[in-house]
Design a protein. Structure first.
Length: 202
């Protein structure tokens, strides 16, 4: 059995929103209009929190936050023990794990990403920075992708790739795609779902 698993980073294993909110306040003087968390869960996405698209409406956002503040080196994990997902999958015979992120391929971002993965004991074969993940996954023959982005989910499903979706407020209205994915709420459930996809296709 030779299987390839793709795992997204932000909002799947890394807490992007939790890391970026204090930096937006520090750099731009902005505070979210709505709560960041409901209990221990992320409450909403950045456009709803701020009433704007931070990537387009805040000047120099990526350079100032992603690069200048080394955001990706300093994020917390999305949930305790999430690195064990990669331990368990990498330990299966014939299975390779790839971290596939839409983060920009800036040298600082790439270095900080690998540093964070190493510091947090993730086990994987390689890391790829790719905006259009469905193209990369098709070329690499990825069997299952674990992601949270609606755009990525739709494109992956449309290209015949199995998708496990990390439940987030912004991906709860997938319409006809809901029946084509497996939705999970934590890394333990993600492991079960990914294993089912792997062994179903043998």
């Amino acid at each position: 059995m030779n299987k390839r698993i793709g795992i997204d980073l932000d909002h799947t294993v890394a807490n992007y929103i939790g890391g970026v909110v204090p930096l937006i306040e520090e750099v731009y003087g902005l505070n979210p209009r709505t709560p960041v968390y409901e209990g221990d869960k992320i409450a909403s996405d950045l456009p709803l929190m701020y009433g704007l698209d931070v990537f387009k409406d805040l000047p120099g956002y990526r350079d100032k936050i992603h690069v200048g503040k080394n955001l990706f080196r300093n994020l917390s994990k999305l949930e305790p023990g999430v690195e064990k997902l990669t331990h368990s999958l990498s330990g299966l015979p014939g299975v390779k794990v790839y971290m596939i992120t839409a983060r920009e391929s800036h040298p600082v971002v790439m270095e900080d990403t690998r540093k964070w993965l190493g510091d947090n004991d993730f086990r994987y074969t390689d890391v790829f920075h790719e905006t259009d993940k469905h193209e990369l996954c098709r070329q690499m023959e990825i069997d299952v992708m674990y992601d949270d982005s609606v755009r990525q989910i739709v494109q992956l499903v449309d290209n015949g790739i199995n998708v496990v979706v990390r439940d987030m407020p912004w991906n709860r209205d997938l319409g006809i795609y809901e029946s084509k994915i497996k939705r999970v709420h934590n890394w333990e459930d993600a492991l079960i779902a990914i294993r089912k996809f792997i062994y179903r296709s043998i």
